[in-house]
Design a protein. Structure first.
Length: 349
């Protein structure tokens, strides 16, 4: 993830927190709901960086999940498949980590879901639900692979499901009307469906081992990528749209040898090519569309779940505080205070 703020961790006097004129007036330390997730979001380098899931997939090409596979693509796919069981009218499903109970369904083929959940489980705590971590993974994937062009505000408060959700993840072999119905159930219009599919399929590709009817299985991990940027695996950009519009795509879900499974082709052409054409013509339109739709995707939650406001970097944040009572009656306190100095500078200006 490309950070909007540079963070500096130091050990300093505690009076800096109490006396700073630039400390967050709305924030009272500690905040059990957001402190840990705020650290995961903004402490990706330097002191404390090992506590963020971003270390698995940022930068985008950092970690492979195996030959021909990309961690960021798997994390983004996991978030969509978790959300895809949502029924926004009924108020059920959404990002609730029910995917953990659904990995054996035929609508969720492949080992990527289990591997993603295993990666994220290392950060599961009473203050960071698996549902929040799945949403956070999508934020890291889109931001890190787009060089910061897709920066999705992150809200906390998702609640983990206690069992599977209803089936309903769209499949490549389904006709267009069934895809439209599925996305409308999830809360997206037919035009938004086009955008969300393009945003999701700018990373990764189709694995032959999981979809032999789409990609011939030359090896156990034979993969045909959605586009050719950086071998098609790790660039979150509008190339997938550009190549489709120019009819030079290698996307196996658009012009694959099996017409039945060419779902991307049917979806992208469903409005006469208008939305995908705009995404191809304008990188900024592509990035803005993806930011908006992916934010809505990760904020789709069951009825009764209330998310926090977007988590912003805390200007001055103490951590690991320790107090010692000395033999002479004085008290010594030690710990770290992280200063986000660009936030402070903006407040001064």
């Amino acid at each position: 993830m490309v950070l909007s703020y540079r963070l500096l961790s130091t050990v300093t006097k505690l009076s800096l927190v109490a006396g700073s004129a630039y400390a967050e007036s709305e924030y009272i330390w500690p905040n059990a709901k957001t402190d840990l997730l705020e650290s995961m979001l903004y402490e990706q380098q330097g002191l404390g960086s090992g506590n963020s899931p971003a270390t698995f997939i940022v930068p985008c090409e950092k970690v492979n999940f195996g030959t021909g596979r990309n961690g960021a693509a798997e994390w983004l796919r996991t978030a969509y498949h978790d959300m895809a069981t949502a029924d926004v009218v009924a108020g059920t499903g959404g990002i609730d980590a029910s995917i953990g109970f659904e990995v054996n369904r035929d609508e969720n083929p492949g080992v990527g879901f289990n591997e993603t959940l295993v990666n994220l489980a290392a950060f599961l705590t009473p203050r960071s639900s698996m549902a929040d971590l799945i949403a956070l993974g999508a934020v890291f994937a889109a931001n890190g692979c787009s060089n910061g062009n897709v920066t999705i505000p992150f809200r906390a408060g998702r609640v983990d499901a206690k069992g599977p959700g209803a089936p309903g993840v769209p499949k490549p072999e389904q006709p267009l009307d069934e895809h439209i119905t599925s996305f409308q159930r999830q809360g997206f219009t037919p035009q938004e469906m086009i955008g969300l599919v393009a945003c999701g399929h700018t990373l990764g590709g189709v694995h032959g081992v999981d979809f032999p009817e789409i990609v011939p299985v030359a090896t156990d991990q034979n993969t045909q990528t959605f586009d050719t940027t950086n071998s098609g695996m790790n660039a979150f950009d509008n190339t997938v749209a550009v190549q489709f519009v120019n009819n030079v795509t290698q996307n196996p879900l658009a012009f694959g040898h099996n017409e039945t499974t060419n779902s991307d082709g049917r979806i992208f052409n469903s409005d006469g090519g208008e939305v995908i054409g705009k995404m191809a013509d304008s990188p900024s339109y592509f990035y803005q569309t993806c930011t908006t739709l992916l934010e809505r995707m990760i904020n789709t939650v069951p009825k009764g779940v209330t998310l926090t406001d977007p988590i912003q970097p805390i200007a001055v944040k103490p951590s690991k505080l320790f107090a010692t009572i000395n033999s002479n009656g004085t008290m010594t306190m030690s710990g770290s205070i992280r200063v986000c100095y660009l936030v402070l500078l903006r407040r001064v200006i």
